[in-house]
Design a protein around this ligand. Structure first.
Ligand code: RP5
Length: 168
C-alpha cells in the first residue's frame, strides 16, 4: 500500500502551546510540500493532561503512524505521549525564553530506558518532519522518492554555493 495516497493523517504534529507554532509550522510545511497527510493540534501535557491521554491512546487507531511533539521549558509532552503509545515519537525542544531551550532539550532527550523519544535539535522541527517521512518511506514508494529528491536538491544547493564562491 502506498501510504502517501491516503487522505487520513499519517503524522500527528502536536505542541504544548500556540507560542510553539512559529517553530512547528516548518514541520507542517515540509509535510504539505511532500503530500504527506498530517494533523496539527495544541495538546498540553501540563494544562490539558486528559486531552493528552486521549490523543495518545487513540492515535494508532485513528491511523497515525508517527507523532511529532514540540514542547518548551519543562517539556514533558513528547515523553508522556511516548509512554501512552507505541507509535514512534519525535520530540522537538522549543527554544525557551529563560534557558534558550536547554531546559526543553534536556527534558526531551533524557528519557529513561524503555520509553524512547527521538529528539531533534532545539527548534529542529524541519528535521523532525524529514525523519517522520523517512519512517513512512519504509512503506511508501512515493514518500521514499520525495525524500530522495529532497536530498538531491540539498546536495545541488551546496554545489551551487561552491560555484558561486569560486566566481567571486
Ligand atoms: C510549554 O510551555 C509549551 O510547549 C511552550 O513552549 C511553553 C510556554 O507556553 P506559553 O506560556 O507560551 O503558552 O508547555
Amino acid at each position: 500500500m502506498d501510504t502517501s495516497k491516503r487522505t487520513k493523517p499519517l503524522v500527528g504534529i502536536i505542541m504544548g502551546s500556540d507560542s510553539d507554532l512559529k517553530i512547528m509550522i516548518r514541520a507542517s510545511e515540509f509535510l504539505e510540500k511532500n503530500h504527506v497527510p498530517f494533523e496539527i493540534e495544541i495538546v498540553s501535557a501540563h494544562r490539558t493532561p486528559e486531552l493528552m491521554f486521549e490523543y495518545a491512546r487513540t492515535a494508532k487507531k485513528r491511523g497515525l503512524r508517527v507523532i511529532i511533539a514540540g514542547a518548551g521549558g519543562s517539556a514533558h509532552l513528547p515523553g508522556m505521549i511516548a509512554s501512552l503509545t507505541t507509535l514512534p515519537v519525535i520530540g522537538v525542544p522549543i527554544g525557551s525564553h529563560n534557558l534558550n531551550g536547554m531546559d526543553s532539550l534536556l527534558s526531551i532527550v533524557q528519557m529513561p530506558s524503555g520509553i524512547p523519544v527521538a529528539c531533534v535539535a532545539i527548534n529542529g522541527s524541519l528535521n523532525a518532519a524529514i525523519l517522520a517521512c523517512q519512517i513512512l518511506a519504509l512503506n511508501s514508494k512515493d514518500i521514499s522518492s520525495s525524500i530522495e529528491e529532497y536530498r538531491k536538491n540539498l546536495s545541488h544547493s551546496v554545489i551551487k554555493k561552491r560555484e558561486k564562491l569560486k566566481i567571486k
